[in-house]
Each structure stands twice: as structure tokens, then as C-alpha cells.
Design a protein around this ligand. Structure first.
Ligand code: MTE
Ligand code: LUZ
Ligand code: MOS
Length: 750
């Protein structure tokens, strides 16, 4: 039986690029990167490196035959730096050698002299110097300036959330094989095979049809391979074409951590106004995004921040300004949530501060302002099938939150050195690429003469189970056993112009394209079946591999039907294209309908703080998550559980630190702490059932939204600290590491 990825993983039988047998003559690349954050290259001395036995060549920017550009936004997104370096870890040269070890050793012998220039690592500092990736953008709703006058309570403050390292298990890797006739085949661990193909063609100055990119699966990505897998693949391609030998690039963990971008740190200033019942009347916020050195996806991420400025609340008067600040850090990039989490953190900080000023629990304000049907988002789109209230209510009912709060209050009254707290975190996340043109996908389905089925589409498997979902779609569309369906590798020769597998829409877009292709094949099969069964095609259905006439099973099964179709020369393959309907956005007015739909949910996060040591545990997470009719319920549960743990890590343990020169200090998993099995809390997930007319087979996207439940962990910790030290005024700076907790516990309010 054809096993799915999950079973293969469990058996240790799934393969990744680094498991592929290495062909004879394979060469290895090690990039030489900038050792300083900002400067001009004065000289590059290759002599010692070239003298190393086993070194084949060293390539520089001048050796690039086409465009030295791997980005989509600005000219500065170079593959190899030529005159100026703008971050520590920026590739300058590519050492090609007979072994991995020699390439690395030689890379260490390349001597680059720089004229150092001033560098800036902080978003606000960059902003003060006018260093921006693009002009600021502003979303607004209602009239904020007017609304302050009606407020009974106004608080102001700031919030800062930190970077996050992706820690995909499989580090960045690519292998390129030169083919006859100037062709090239590239295996790349990328979420964007289409973009890798396009950029390699640009770098090599060749037609896209010369470059075939293939992806079997990734060992995790989380956004870190949406844009940032491209450069490494392009280096392998450049060397492979130049030397006419297969070439491999693979970063080790430390290199991967130092040389690639992270989730964007954000600094935010907020002002929030409420009436005395807790209704939010006005919210003003300014986001300073730390973009790193070049644009990468920063502007798309910044835009998604603006789209999520009011999360799952209705706020009648909003003004949100977003500024992408250019610093001398590796370009920050996509990470699960894509700017949404940063917006939500700032708003929760504002709500927390307002609640403290009003002497109410933040949950009172959260509850009072939850979004309702038809209320508009700040970009003009009304909430449709809004499930914010239902998720909140179901969470309270099913998980008995009032009783749990009482138990916590009792516990805290009886314990002086341990404090518990519970915080709620509602979420609302927009589903679609905000760049409207990316909301398209295609699929190619073959039914072979033996009745087995092959599906190709643009979805990249990265552990999120998308292949299993696509398989489910094909099996259900054709009404056959799932075991007959194989989902192929993601390949640019079979599927053209694919969008990245990102924005949580991998299954939505590619599943819908697969469904359409299957339906096309089914039409031909029904004509054949009608001939066999003696009826009209409209009277035919296929149910559980059996041809039915007017709903009654006939003698013809799937195998017979397919072989008859083949013998009668009926097409058994189809290609289909899907484009999400009704989405658009007008950037001149910052208004539109950018999303096909929204995903809602609510989490209760409970923590226990050791008030002597500052250590803590996230003891319990209860979630009601807005699901549709799931294509793979176990996968969706895993996505929610994994997402919330990843979000908790971002908010608590994971602290990315640099020294004063922009060198990453936290470049190993001993210095950078991520959640492990011991950290993981008990997680109970209930899906709010219902269907979703806006996605394939009434399912609902699930990949990114659960990460944002983790924000509740931060605020639960803040509450627990305040139970011990009521005078402490939180500064809202995440992550809330145990060190910060300890300081907060003993900081006096004076
Ligand atoms: N789950 C696993 N196991 N590994 C991953 O890399 N990436 C996340 C999410 N879940 C990821 C994951 C991100 S950032 C996105 S956008 C979605 O999966 C992408 O897949 P989908 O569109 O098929 O949900
Ligand atoms: N990538 C992208 C994304 O290019 N556009 C998006 O809107 C998006 N959203 C989430 C994650 N990746
Ligand atoms: Mo996910 S950040 O859209 O790859």
C-alpha cells in the first residue's frame, strides 16, 4: 500500500535531499560570507584558498552570467555582494571543492578587506536615521482624533516582540545537476520551487524552461524557506553550470542560524481609548519593523501586520502606521503568522494596560469587544461567518473556565512563593495571499490504465500534511480508495508558475485545482460508464469504486471502467487551474477584500511561576479552534498543537541576541532555547464544527493561525508575576524569559 508522509516519517523511511545518494564527481559549495555588518569591500584575496588541495574554483559576483539579483523587490537583493556588504553572513564568494570539508576549510582562508561603515541593528534607531525599506503605510477606520474625546480611559505605551529562529530540522540545502542541451535539474529544499526556477534562470541568463526544480518534501520550513532557500539553490546552479558537474550546497546548523533571517522583531507605540464599560472606542498604533538589510518579504509581512491590527475585535476608530526599517542584520523573513502575531501582541499589550488602569481582568475587555457578523475590518471588508463569539463562548463552556479561575485564585491565596494565572487569547487570521495574484494554483492528474492515480500540483510538503490532504481530495473526488492515489513531488516541469506553499493556503489552492482536474476526468469516465451500463452520463455516479446507475450499483467497478476508458481512447489525464474568486485590494485607498475568509479561535493558557527562582511552566492550554470539514483531522490537530507550542516558544524561551557588531550570539541550540517535550503543556483542542463554502470540500486552512494562541502565554506570565508583585508595571517586551520573570518578580514599583 502507498504510505503517506506521516507513516514514512514514523518508519524513518522518508528521504530528504541530504539522503539522496551522491553521484560520482559531486562538488560541494561553501559560501564565504561577510564578517562585518556594514562596509565596502576593498579587496578579496583568494590565493590561499585556491591553493588548498581539492578546491576547484571560487566564484565571485563578476562570474554571474545574468542578473546578480535573487529578490522580487529591490536591486540590492544580490546573490553575491560586489562592493558593499550590508550584514554579517552576507555571501560574497562561493568556494567549490571536491569535498564538503575542503570547501569549508578553504572558505575560511579567503581574506576580504573592508572599509567599515556605521551599522544599525535596532528598528527605532534605523527609523531615526531615515533608513526605510519603503514609505510608511497607514490603515484607518473611523475618526480616531475625534474618538478620544468620548473615551473614559486612555492609556499609552509601547510593546516589543522579538525575533524567532525557524529551527526547521532540515537546514538549507540544494543539489544542482547539469543536463544536456544547457539544461539544469535542481533539488532544492524550498517552499517556492517556482521562484527558485525563475531566479536561477535570471542568474544564469537562460530561459525558465531550461531549469527544472523538484521538491520531494522538506524537513520543516515555517516560512524560512519561502524566500530564503533561493540563494543557496542559485549558488549550486551557478557552480553546476559553470563546471558542468553536479554541485551540492548544505548549511550546517550554526551557518543556517547565522546566515539566514528570522521572524521580524517589532517595536510598537500604542494608544487605546475605552468607555467605562470596557468598550474600545479608539486605537492608534505605530509599528517599527526590523526588516534587516534588504527587502525580502518584509513589505508583504508589514502589510499583513496592518491587516491584523485589530485581531478578532471590532474597534470603530483605528489608525495604524507601519514602517519597515532597514538595519544591518540578515534580512528577516516569513515566519508562521507573517506579521500577524506582531500586530496581535501589540494590541493585547494595549488591552492589558487598559485593564490594569480600569482594575478589571483583560478578559472583560476582550469579551466586550469581540468581532460580530458584518462588522468591518480596518480595510473595509466586513466579517462574514464570524465565529469570534462562538469560539470564546464554547471555550468557556467546555473547559469550565470560571471554575478554573476560582481554583487559581484559591491557589494563589494559599501560596506565597508560587503563583498561577490564566490568560485568554482570541485570534482571527485572514486566509489568502495578500498579493492577490499569488492566489492561484494548478494540478495535473493522471489515471493510469491499472486504475492507480498520480497527482501533481504546486503544494510543497513540509510536515504540514498537505500531500495527505491532496490525496484525500483526489480520492473523494473520484470516489476511490485513497491507497490508489499517489501525490508526486512538486516539480516545475509538471506545474508552471506555482505560488509558494505559504499563507496557509497550500491545501486550499492546490486542493481545489486537484478537485477540478479530477472532475474533468470523471466527466469522460461517466460517458464511458453510461455506455457500459446503458444510461445517460447524468444518471451515472461512482460510489466507492463502483459505477452506479441512478444510485444503484452496477457490475462495473473502477478497474473495469478505467480499462474500458483507455481502450475507447477516452482521456484519463487532466490539468486544471484555480484562482480564488472575489479577492482584491486597492492599495491607493488601503481598502478591499483581500481574504477569501478568516479563521477564528480562542485559547486559554495557564501558567505556574516559581516566584523564588523565576522559572515557570505552561501547565495547560485549552483551545476552541474554528475548523471546517477537515480533510485530515489528525493533521489539523497536530497543526494546532505544533502551532501553539511554537507561538509559546516565541513568547517565552526563544531569545535571539546579537553583540554590538551584529554578530549572532545565539547560534546554536544550547544558546537558543526552543520548546521541547518537557516544556510542552497539556493541550486540549476542540474544533468548532461547521463548514466553509470558501475552501475546497468545505475545509478550512489551519497552518498559521494557531501560532498566535501562544501570545496568551506571555500575558498569563505577566498576570502571575503581578499576583506576586502587584506593583510591577510590565514593559511588554517579549520574550518573557525566566531571567526577565525573576527581575520582574523583585522589581519595586517605586
Ligand atoms: N507544519 C510543519 N510541520 N512544518 C512546517 O514547516 N509551516 C507552517 C504551517 N505548518 C509548517 C507547518 C507555515 S508557515 C505555513 S504557511 C503552512 O504550514 C503551509 O502549509 P499549508 O498552506 O499547506 O497549510
Ligand atoms: N507570503 C506571501 C505569505 O507572499 N504573502 C502572504 O500574504 C503571506 N501570508 C502568510 C504567509 N506567507
Ligand atoms: Mo508560512 S510563514 O506562509 O510559510
Amino acid at each position: 500500500m502507498y504510505a503517506n508522509d506521516i507513516d514514512l516519517h514514523a518508519q524513518g523511511a522518508s528521504t530528504f535531499i541530504d539522503d539522496m545518494p551522491e553521484p560520482a564527481g559531486l562538488l560541494h559549495v561553501c559560501p564565504v560570507v561577510s564578517g562585518i555588518a556594514h562596509g565596502l569591500i576593498e579587496s578579496v584575496d583568494l590565493n590561499d584558498a585556491l591553493a588548498c588541495p581539492g578546491v576547484v574554483t571560487i566564484l565571485l559576483a563578476k562570474d554571474i552570467p545574468g542578473g546578480n539579483n535573487i529578490g522580487n523587490v529591490e536591486a540590492g537583493e544580490v546573490l553575491l555582494a560586489e562592493q558593499e556588504v550590508v550584514y554579517q553572513g552576507q555571501p560574497v564568494a562561493v568556494v567549490v571543492a571536491e569535498s564538503d570539508a575542503v570547501a569549508r576549510q578553504a572558505a575560511g582562508l579567503v581574506r576580504i578587506c573592508y572599509k567599515e561603515l556605521p551599522a544599525v541593528f535596532d528598528a527605532r534607531a534605523a527609523h531615526a536615521q531615515g533608513l526605510h525599506i519603503a514609505p510608511p503605510r497607514i490603515f484607518s477606520l473611523g475618526d480616531v482624533d475625534q474618538a478620544w474625546q468620548d473615551c473614559d480611559v486612555i492609556v499609552e505605551g509601547s510593546a516589543a516582540s522579538g525575533a524567532q529562529e525557524h529551527v526547521y530540522l532540515e537546514t538549507q540545502v540544494a543539489v544542482a545537476y547539469p543536463l544536456e542541451n544547457d539544461g539544469l535539474k535542481v533539488f532544492s529544499a524550498t517552499q517556492s520551487p517556482g521562484m527558485v526556477q525563475r531566479v536561477i534562470a535570471r542568474v544564469l541568463d537562460c530561459a525558465m524552461n531550461r531549469v527544472e526544480v523538484d521538491v520531494l518534501r522538506l524537513g520543516g520550513a515555517f516560512g524560512g524557506k519561502e524566500e530564503q532557500a533561493t540563494g543557496w539553490a542559485a549558488m549550486a546552479a551557478l557552480a553546476a553550470v559553470r563546471l558542468q558537474k553536479p554541485v551540492k550546497v548544505r548549511l550546517n546548523r550554526g551557518e543556517d542560524m547565522r546566515w539566514t533571517g528570522k521572524r521580524h522583531p517589532y517595536d510598537s507605540d500604542f494608544k487605546i481609548g475605552l468607555d467605562k464599560t470596557g468598550r474600545i472606542l479608539a486605537y492608534e498604533v505605530c509599528f517599527y519593523q526590523n526588516a534587516g538589510a534588504v527587502a525580502d518579504l518584509s513589505l508583504a509581512i508589514l502589510e499583513r501586520t496592518l491587516f491584523h491590527v485589530s485581531n478578532s475585535y471590532f474597534i470603530p476608530n483605528v489608525r495604524a502606521t507601519a514602517i519597515s526599517c532597514r538595519t544591518h542584520l540578515p534580512p528577516n523573513t516569513a515566519f508562521r503568522g507573517f506579521g500577524g502575531p506582531q500586530a496581535m501582541f501589540a494590541l493585547e499589550a494595549a488591552i492589558f494596560k487598559a485593564a490594569a488602569a480600569m482594575h478589571v481582568d483583560p478578559a472583560h475587555i476582550q469579551r466586550r469587544n469581540l468581532l460580530q457578523e458584518c462588522q468591518p475590518f480596518p480595510y473595509g471588508m466586513p466579517a462574514e461567518n464570524c465565529r469570534a463569539q462562538r469560539c470564546w463562548q464554547q471555550l468557556h463552556d467546555r473547559f469550565d473556565l470560571p471554575r478554573r479561575q476560582q481554583a487559581i485564585d484559591r491557589f494563589n491565596a494559599g501560596h506565597s512563593l508560587e503563583k498561577k494565572a490564566l490568560a485568554l487569547m482570541p485570534i482571527c487570521f485572514g486566509i489568502s495571499f495578500t498579493a492577490t495574484f499569488l492566489n492561484q494554483a494548478s494540478a495535473l492528474v493522471h489515471v493510469y490504465a491499472d486504475g492507480s492515480v498520480s497527482v501533481s500540483c504546486g503544494a510543497v510538503e513540509m510536515g504540514q500534511g498537505v500531500k495527505e490532504k491532496i490525496r484525500q481530495v483526489a480520492a473523494r473526488a473520484l470516489s476511490i480508495d485513497k491507497a490508489r492515489v499517489k501525490v508526486e513531488s512538486t516539480n516545475t516541469a509538471r506545474i508552471a508558475n506555482m505560488s509558494p506553499t505559504a499563507a496557509s493556503v497550500g491545501a486550499d489552492l492546490n486542493g481545489q485545482a486537484t478537485l477540478l482536474a479530477c472532475q474533468r476526468i470523471l466527466q469522460g469516465l461517466k460517458t464511458v460508464a453510461a455506455r457500459l451500463a446503458g444510461g445517460e452520463p447524468e444518471q451515472i455516479s461512482i460510489e466507492q469504486e463502483q459505477v452506479c446507475l441512478n444510485g444503484q450499483p452496477t457490475a462495473t467497478g473502477w478497474n473495469k471502467l478505467v480499462s474500458e476508458a483507455y481502450l475507447s481512447r477516452t482521456p484519463l489525464s487532466a490539468h486544471a487551474h484555480y484562482a480564488t474568486p472575489k479577492v482584491f485590494f486597492d492599495r491607493s485607498r488601503e481598502q478591499g477584500r483581500p481574504f477569501a475568509y478568516h479563521v477564528y479561535g480562542c485559547a486559554a493558557v495557564e501558567v505556574a511561576v516559581d516566584c523564588l527562582r523565576g522559572t515557570y511552566r505552561v501547565t495547560d492550554v485549552s483551545i476552541v479552534h474554528d475548523g471546517g470539514r477537515s480533510l485530515a483531522p489528525d493533521v489539523d490537530r497536530g497543526q494546532v498543537e505544533g502551532g501553539v507550542v511554537q507561538g509559546l516558544g516565541w513568547m517565552t524561551l526563544e531569545e535571539v541576541r546579537h553583540d554590538g557588531q551584529g554578530r549572532l550570539l545565539t547560534d546554536s541550540l544550547t544558546a537558543y532555547k526552543i520548546p521541547d517535550l518537557y516544556f510542552a503543556p497539556d493541550i486540549a483542542v476542540e474544533f468548532l464544527d461547521g463548514d466553509n463554502p470558501a475552501a475546497v470540500m468545505h475545509s478550512k486552512a489551519v497552518g498559521e493561525p494557531p501560532l498566535m494562541y501562544g501570545i496568551g502565554g506571555y500575558f498569563a506570565l505577566v498576570k502571575a508575576i503581578r499576583a506576586f508583585n502587584p506593583d510591577w508595571q510590565p514593559g511588554f517586551s517579549a520574550p518573557m524569559t525566566p531571567e526577565k520573570v525573576l527581575l520582574a518578580l523583585y522589581e519595586c514599583g517605586c
